[in-house]
Structures are given as structure tokens and as C-alpha cells.
Write a protein that binds this ligand. Structure first.
Ligand code: GLU
Length: 524
């Protein structure tokens, strides 16, 4: 049996980090099993459509390295070749996160897509006839029925149930209609929906992660299958497509577990084989609440913007709810494919620990060559008004690499290197702990200036150590009493790379300029 999996997002905006994990687990499992992964666009809720969401999703999958075998693909001219997924043709950064509600303009909306695979179309709004056909079959077999209830009636029913403290459920008013009444209503064109007739009893199934699951059907509502606008709901469309696309494994988030009994009933009612289910654990905040819904905290696009590296983010989310047998933390994509196992996915919610992600990102940053890192950092620098090309850029980046956790921190850490002049905060030169007052700072900088003026070797930090430490000895002061004022003179900051490294990175001319400008400030 060829394994066929699917990742069927609804294009409602940004890509949630949890969705990326679902896509990744599907990908890892499918690759390992040498199966096929299908991407399907579940756009049946027309009110939640967001312009650009599908494009955004496909670009995000591409960025993440999640390849798929069937589904929509961006036409050639919409494929961006550089790593930055939100760059338009002019190289400007764009964020396709608008919330425009679309009218039914599928053809315009998907004009930039084509499809690959033999199970298409892969966009549900292009498959409406199929859903209608199966809804009809369900009605004929007695597993679904027309419902003509008005909004007002449903509202009244809901209020009544609320006052009686009953669970809100459709009261099956329309199940009592006879054939004639139904035909008449349909003829008159009265607005209607088609509802699933949930059977009595229990619905049971096995889930690879959750084990044997039983649902009592009296807790389930007679779900709408076809809405009054003729579009199917998620439930019907999802089941019909998973069946027609020959999906063997449904791997999705735990939030869909309560929908599964309804799906099982539909499979059974239509006489179809069930796929194998695996419901992935929820993602949680460190306080165990459901992972924040705020876009900035969970949108994959934001993680990319902030400068998390692809391999780090993939490594991190792969371990959100699953871990191989050994205790390692760092895995390449190939390792993950080899080791992934649905059976080892945990039931309990997985805590999203941002400190761990930052740590992991810094591990991957350190793995890059300095040239590779520069290539990733320069686009962030280019957004800053103070940025100018600089022949020493690699040296500068080398100095922040150890402390760098995410790429977007780099401009803040590098800015002082690029400024022509620093606007010194004079109080920074003083440091009570190191016994440096203004006079001490002035004196130390004067000696540093006089010594370094005649010094010729500036290549390595070692080259600067000897002359500077000889000043310390001569003046009988502590290292810090010289190095602290020098650090401030070179950076105007309290935290920075080491002084010797800074001097070597700046070179003689710029170092002496900074020191004499600091002296001037202290003397004024
Ligand atoms: N369209 C659903 C979503 O947005 C898919 C759920 C499923 O995998 O069945 O997540």
C-alpha cells in the first residue's frame, strides 16, 4: 500500500506555527514511508477568505523545505528565487496578511496557481459538484436531510435550550417533514441546508497517538453538510476529498478530534474505508494555556522576519510533541525523516519554549560560515538608514556571532560600527564598580591614544593586547580601568564585543578617530 497523506489548510491568513508542525509531521512520515503528500486548499468558508493566503502558504512551505507530490503550485513567475519569501518582483518586502473578505471570485483569486497530481482539483471551491453529489447520496440513504429552518427559529431554539441548560443542538424539526413538503419547499426555492443525521449509539475508532477513542453520539449535533450558499462545510468536503484522493493517513491537530466521529459516520454511511487517524497534541504556552493566538507570536511569517533560520525552526518544531529515542536536540531534516515515528508522538500538550528556540537558532547560526551569515544579515542591515557598505563587515559580524540569537538583532548589535560619529553618553564612561571616574577615563584614553598612534599591527586582537596591557602596568591600574573607557569610546555601549577585538575590527584609523572624539567629549 502506498502511503498517501494530506495537509489541507484553510487559507484564512498567516500560517500558524502549529500548522507548520502538522505539515512537517505529514512530510516526515510520508518521506520515510516513501509515500505521497497532497496539499489541498480548504476554502469552503467563503467569509473567511483572505487575499494572498494561498500564495503565502505555498511560499512558506517552500521556505520550510516541505515538498509535496500533489496540489496547487505557484506559476513560474510567482516563484521567488531568493530566500526571502515576502519579496515582491521589485525586491520590496511585502506582507500578504490583509483581511479583505473576498466575494466568490475564485478564478481571479487562483489565477496565479496551477496544479500537479492526478487527484485534482486540489482547491475545494472547484469541487462543489462532487460534494453535492455525495450529499444527495447521503439523503437517499437516510443519513442526511434537508433543513429549512429560518435563522429566527434556530435562534429561538438556541435560547430555549440555553434557558433549560441543554447543550445547543439542532432539534431535528425538519426531520419530520414528509417527501411532499420537502419537494414543495425546494420547488419554491426556500433557502435550505443539508444536515447530517447522526446515528444513535457510540462511534469508536483507533488513533495512532490517542489509542482507542469512543464518542457517545448523543453529544453530537446534526452537523450542516451543505450550507445555504451551496458550499459544503469542512466536514463533508474533508471526508469526500480524503476518500477520493485515496488518503491513507489523516495526521492533524488535536482540535479536530471531536470532529472525527462525525467523519467516521460519513465514511460508514457512504460505504468507504476509513483512513488511519493520528491526532497531534496541542501546542501550549509555558503556563500550559493554549498557545497564544496573537499573530505576532505564532505566525511562521513573523518567525522568518525575525530571523529564525529554516533548519533551526524545523528542528525545533519537529521536537514539539515528538522525540527520537536518544537524547540529542540537534537534527537535520534527513535525520528527522529517518527517525520520525507517529507512535512516539506524545498525547500530552507540547510546550512551546521560546528560549529553547532562541538557543537552537544560535546553535545553527554558529554552524554557518561567516560569509553565509553575512549574506543573511545584510538584508536586515539594508533596511537601516545608517547602513553603508563596509569592507570590514565580515570582521564585525564575526564579533557578534557568538551572542547572536536571531538575525533581526544584528542591526542593533552592529550599528555603532557604521556610524560616522558616536553621540557619547558621558555617564557611561564612569563605572563605580571598576573604579573609573571621569578623570580616570580621560587619562586612560589619553594614554591609549598616544600608545596606539605609534602602533603598527592591527590585524588580530592579540596584536593590540601587548601595547594596551603595557599601559596598565605603567599606570599601575586595573585592566578594567583602561578597557572600560576604551569600550565606551569605541561603541558608546555597556555591552559589546571585547576591546581588543573591536580595535582589530575597526582598524587603526577608525579606532583612533573614536578615541580622540571620546576624549574631546570628556574634555568639553
Ligand atoms: N482545513 C482544516 C484546517 O484548516 C483541516 C483539518 C484537517 O486536517 O482535517 O486545519
Amino acid at each position: 500500500m502506498t502511503v498517501i497523506t494530506r495537509f489541507p489548510p484553510s487559507p484564512t491568513g498567516f500560517v500558524h506555527i502549529g500548522s507548520l508542525r502538522t505539515a512537517l509531521y505529514n512530510y516526515l512520515f510520508t518521506k520515510q514511508q516513501k509515500g505521497k503528500l497532497i496539499i489541498r486548499i480548504e476554502d469552503t468558508d467563503q467569509t473567511r477568505q483572505v487575499d494572498g493566503a494561498v500564495e503565502n502558504l505555498l511560499k512558506t512551505l517552500k521556505w520550510a523545505g516541505i515538498e509535496y507530490d500533489e496540489g496547487p503550485v505557484l506559476k513560474e513567475k510567482h516563484i521567488v528565487t531568493n530566500d526571502h519569501i515576502f519579496t515582491n518582483d521589485k525586491g520590496q518586502i511585502t506582507k500578504p496578511l490583509s483581511t479583505d473578505v473576498k466575494n466568490n471570485k475564485q478564478s481571479d483569486m487562483y489565477g496565479h496557481l496551477e496544479e500537479k497530481g492526478s487527484h485534482g482539483p486540489y482547491i475545494q471551491s472547484k469541487r462543489l459538484d462532487l460534494y453535492k453529489k455525495y450529499a444527495q447520496e447521503l439523503i437517499e440513504k437516510g443519513h442526511a436531510y434537508y433543513c429549512f429552518c429560518t435563522k429566527e427559529r434556530l435562534e429561538e431554539m438556541r435560547k430555549k435550550q440555553e434557558s433549560l441548560k441543554l447543550a445547543p443542538q439542532y432539534d431535528r424539526f425538519c426531520l419530520k417533514l414528509d417527501k411532499k413538503e420537502i419537494e414543495n419547499n425546494l420547488k419554491k426555492g426556500i433557502s435550505c441546508v443539508i444536515r447530517q443525521k447522526i446515528p444513535n449509539g457510540n462511534i469508536e475508532f483507533n488513533d495512532i497517538i490517542r489509542g482507542h477513542v469512543t464518542f457517545a453520539t448523543q453529544t453530537l449535533d446534526d452537523q450542516i453538510l451543505i450550507k445555504s450558499d451551496g458550499f459544503p462545510t469542512y466536514h463533508l468536503a474533508n471526508v469526500v476529498d480524503d476518500h477520493l484522493m485515496e488518503v491513507t493517513h489523516v495526521i492533524r491537530g488535536e482540535e479536530w478530534l471531536p470532529s472525527t466521529p462525525k467523519h467516521i459516520h460519513l465514511y460508514q454511511a457512504l460505504g468507504w474505508n476509513l483512513p488511519i487517524f493520528a491526532h497531534l497534541p496541542l501546542l501550549l504556552n509555558p503556563d500550559k494555556s493554549k498557545l497564544s493566538k496573537r499573530q505576532g507570536d505564532v505566525a511562521v511569517e513573523e518567525f522568518i522576519e525575525k530571523g529564525y533560520l529554516r533548519d533551526a525552526l524545523i528542528n525545533f518544531i519537529a521536537l514539539l510533541g515528538w522525540h527520537p529515542t536518544e537524547n540529542e536536540e540537534i537534527y537535520t531534516l534527513n535525520d528527522l525523516i529517518e527517525k520520525f515515528s507517529l507512535k512516539r508522538v506524545q498525547k500530552a500538550g507540547a510546550v512551546f519554549n521560546k528560549e529553547k528556540l532562541d538557543w537552537m537558532n544560535s546553535v545553527y547560526i554558529k554552524k554557518l560560515s561567516i560569509e553565509e551569515l553575512a549574506q543573511l544579515i545584510v538584508p536586515y542591515l539594508q533596511k537601516e538608514s545608517w547602513y553603508r557598505e563596509n569592507p570590514n563587515i565580515l570582521k564585525y559580524i564575526q564579533l557578534i556571532r557568538e551572542r547572536l540569537k536571531i538575525l533581526s538583532e544584528a542591526p542593533g548589535m552592529l550599528k555603532f560600527f557604521f556610524l560616522d560619529h558616536l553621540k557619547y553618553d558621558v555617564t557611561l564612561f564612569e563605572n563605580a564598580k571598576m573604579k573609573v571616574d571621569k578623570n580616570m577615563a580621560k587619562n586612560s584614553l589619553q594614554f591609549a591614544n598616544d600608545t596606539l598612534k605609534n602602533h603598527e599591527f592591527w590585524e588580530k586582537d592579540e596584536d593590540l593586547k601587548v601595547p594596551l596591557l603595557s599601559i596598565v602596568e605603567k599606570l599601575q591600574i586595573k585592566n578594567g580601568q583602561l578597557l572600560w573607557p576604551l569600550r565606551v569610546a569605541l561603541t558608546n555601549e555597556a555591552f559589546s564585543p571585547g576591546v581588543f577585538e573591536l580595535l582589530a575590527a575597526y582598524g587603526k584609523e577608525k579606532s583612533l578617530q573614536r578615541i580622540s572624539e571620546a576624549l574631546m567629549t570628556l574634555k568639553s
